[in-house]
Design a protein around this ligand. Sequence first.
Ligand code: PMP
Length: 396
Amino acid sequence: MAMTVKFTLSKRAQALTSSAIREILKVTERPEVISFAGGLPSPATFPVQRMREATDKVFDEAPHAALQYGPTEGYTPLREWIAARHSKNGVTIRPSQVLITTGSQQGLDLLGKVLIDEGSKVLVETPSYLGALQAFSLFQPQFVPMRTDEQGIVTEALTAEQLQGGRFMYCLPNFQNPTGRRMPLDRRQALVQRVTEAGVLVVEDDPYGELSYHGEQLPSLLSMNPDNVVYMGSFSKVLAPGLRLGYLIAPEELHGKLVQAKQAADLHTPSFSQRIVYEALQGGFLDRHIPEIRTLYAHQCELMLSALERHFPAEARWNRPAGGMFIWVTLPEGIDTGALLAQAIEQNVAFVPGAPFFAADPQVNTLRLSFVTVPAEKIEQGMEKLGVLVKAAVAA
Ligand code: PMP
């Protein structure tokens, strides 16, 4: 006789839900679907040969160390490389501030673990990265949504009440997921000053900063006040996401706590992938590789913008990103992009509705398009189909 095992879920787990959108998007894995939904980097950018050579080198030179347990903080030479790369604009980052994480997604979880109690105030952009909202939600914070415009967080609109007692402010200054927006220099300076004065820690999530199409990069929030900013970086968008390699740069007192939380979570990030990536980075590889990614993405972005102009109705609005992977589209009020997605999938094309990216008061007439995952020739085809549906929805 089969036995039923009884278990009681934690309150935390009871609150977990699988989003309806995720369920719908599962079908986008079918090969016939042209999906602008996923945040997947273009596989054409993965440096396969370079990774193969780096792996061979690791096996030739340090096979046992690469297959052994390692320190929780991460592989020291990789931490030194990261600290050196971020030591610019007059700021010195020490390797002791760097913690290698299993993807920057783990960094979000660790920050939630060490900074959020039930009901703690966490300030987030409107909209913000869905994966961060999910990671933080496990610790049951009270999200405080911050007003944004085309240039990101509207610093002047932040009230003392919003900032009061905030555990941290989660910011995406470069080519934000989901909107593709970038915060200009004066906004960054004003924001860091305001938030530091208010005694609120800044968390800067920056997986897309290097993907500035025209090459110019704005100073990080980290560089403006390393004592009050936790910076999150990732190799997912500049090498490959399957490596699961990211990092946190944190003030030393907080770093120690994050290390303890990471030790409890997974002891350390795989020694193997850390050593391979370290080898792959040698000789300035990223400085040759990243421009290739930028060129490809800038081209695909142009294709999508041109398709939007030709196929979408005049009532739709969107931004022209200067980097990253996403375009944010706002349709007229009254259109629900969740319903539109169901129709789109019937036509074998997909996008992500905007609503889940809002911590509160979702704008259901918004959607996110990724222009990097689908190869160039499919962008036009998919956008044409989507345009027909959007026009019909606007006319209805
Ligand atoms: N932050 C943002 C803003 C992201 O878009 C992503 C990936 N989509 C992550 C963090 C997580 O990246 P990873 O874990 O691959 O480093």
